[in-house]
Design a binder for this molecule. Sequence first.
Ligand code: DGL
Length: 277
Amino acid sequence: MSEPRPAVDASAPIGVFDSGVGGLTVLKALQARMPAERFVYLGDTARLPYGTKSARTVQRYAVQAAGQLVTRGVKALVVACNTASAVALVALREAYQPLPVFGVVDPGAAAAGRVSRSGRIGVLATESTVRGGAYQHAILNLRRNARVFARACPMLVTLAEDGWIDGDVPERIVSSYLGAFLHGGESIDTLLLGCTHFPILRDVLARVAGAGVTLVDSAETTAQHVATAIERTAGAALEPHAARLLLATDDRHRFARVGRYFLGEALAAEDIELIDL
Ligand code: DGL
């Protein structure tokens, strides 16, 4: 017989975690999809970027950061960071079972596999995500004859962090990253944005990729997946709370200044609580 599941406190918040402010795109989608839920978002800004670090280091950081959310009584954890989803999901599930832990890789891979007509899919992500092969495996698991081409784009994280999201410089950098996808024989018809920071470069990515390439980002599909799973376990909030707490491990001012591009609403440094891990 299986162990009885502990009763879920439906009024508890959902924890959302990222290496920085990029995961606010996922928080935005979660809030829109589940307006009655409370959220606690943690951006580990002191240790960003995760995408250039080893899997072992990212696992250690992710378990520590999630621990902070767990002590705040979250009923589920959403790993908004693609790098942490790609390399630390198993470690997080083991560390905090039976807490439901959701990542962004599987929902993003499923969306890309669904929309691609030719099965030729490009993935843009961080070095660590590409090296681990999580997106490649997730897409091939769903669509065995797909051809997946993954490219690490660390400069796009820097551009997005600087708010340098349009004009000649981003366009040239994006063109260089997308070169082989478009003109080097890879001939993709779907481009998966496998990093929290890339949705705010969507306009320039779409322009360079051209009309024949469909862009997929995992924020929407992740939010849908999390909402369905939480409703299924009877853990959805019944009373509207719509409260939100934002935590950062460094520089509340920078978090507010850059974060508003990702969240799509004004933020003040006073809205953010500074914590130590
Ligand atoms: N959040 C990371 C990701 O989605 C990007 C920023 C970083 O490298 O920490 O992969």
